[in-house]
Design a protein around this ligand. Structure first.
Ligand code: GDP
Length: 300
């Protein structure tokens, strides 16, 4: 079994490629939950949703969120009634959030809720939230602190940032399911996800780094030059005092990785890095990249 650490865009693209080489039963994904949020009374777990939709064949891969062909009647009506729903939630997408919120309120763990949703859709990969307790990435601006979703979706990332922090009431522990998925894996792949909002929250969960010591780990950079392929990773790295590039990403991951992969176009020099085409925008690149990483891991 191969276990991925994933956010909701870059790593899911790589997982799509890995599915050409591995049956879904052989894939496990530990998903970031530090972007989770209650909205309009329901529980969004954006990265976990993207992964569930990817494996159930219903993900809208033009945006990498939401379901293909979804409608937005409920969202439009909520906004018309004066509701402050800053995320555009599809009607069928919302059904997941309603059911998840309901099951959580009844006392189920997020891991169990996710397993139930996966089973009902016939998903054969294991999708595991990194932790069962709440962790939130917040953005500090001059006026106030806001949830990362609000920063990125409502304000389109256009507010000056004073800091990025994680908030919780109890420090997050990796779940027993996550620890066992790391310990029993033939290899772990940290995909090209946002280091600040997707991968570090997973690595910060108690138990994860130790579990990664005994297994081959490959990580893929989400940066080419001084910019991410997409999204706010650049401004968030700067907010933490890091340069937004592959070298800083390697520094953040180097204590847990055996292989660091950066793009063939990347002008930044990272000692010992392996060069591959990581730009998964054209057909076949995702599967070629995944195949090459799986071979690296198998040869270790
Ligand atoms: P989020 O949860 O939606 O923010 O998604 P992730 O954290 O999983 O992924 C966002 C990161 O994916 C960004 O930093 C992008 O630079 C990176 N990314 C997206 N597509 C690609 C790609 O094709 N290649 C590489 N190398 N990185 C990518």
């Amino acid at each position: 079994m191969i276990t991925f650490l994933s956010g909701g865009t870059g790593t899911p693209k790589l997982i799509r490629g890995a599915r050409y080489h591995l049956p879904d039963e052989e894939i496990c994904v530990v998903g970031n939950t530090a972007e989770d949020v209650w909205i309009s009374g329901n529980f969004l777990s954006p990265d976990i949703d993207t992964l569930i939709y990817l494996f159930s064949g219903s993900l809208d891969t033009t945006t990498w969120w939401g379901l293909t062909g979804d409608t937005f009647h409920t969202h439009e009506e909520i906004v018309r009634l004066g509701g402050d729903e800053y995320v555009t939630i599809g009607d069928r997408d919302r059904a997941f959030h309603i059911l998840r919120g309901d099951l959580l309120r009844r006392g189920m763990r997020l891991t169990e809720v996710t397993a139930q949703l996966c089973a009902s859709l016939g998903v054969r990969a294991r999708i595991l939230p990194m932790a069962d307790t709440a962790v939130t990435t917040v953005i500090r601006t001059a006026e106030r602190e806001i949830h990362f979703q609000e920063f990125w979706v409502r304000y389109r990332g256009a507010l000056p940032i004073e800091g990025v922090e994680r908030r919780w009431s109890t420090p997050p522990f990796a779940t027993p399911e996550v620890l066992s998925a790391l310990q029993s894996a033939e290899g772990v792949i940290i995909g090209p996800s946002n280091p600040v909002t997707s991968i570090l929250p997973i690595l910060e969960c108690e138990g994860i780094k130790e579990a990664l010591m005994d297994v081959p780990v490959a990580a893929v950079s989400p940066f080419i030059g001084d910019a991410p392929v997409s999204g706010p990773a650049g401004i968030l790295m700067r907010a933490l005092g890091y340069s937004p590039d592959s070298h800083s990403t390697w520094n953040l991951y180097r204590d847990v990785t055996d292989f660091f992969i950066q793009d063939i176009r990347d002008p930044v020099d990272v000692p010992g890095a392996i060069r591959m085409d990581t730009l998964m925008n054209s057909q076949g690149v995702d599967s070629a990249l995944a195949g090459a990483i799986l071979s690296l891991i198998a040869g270790k």
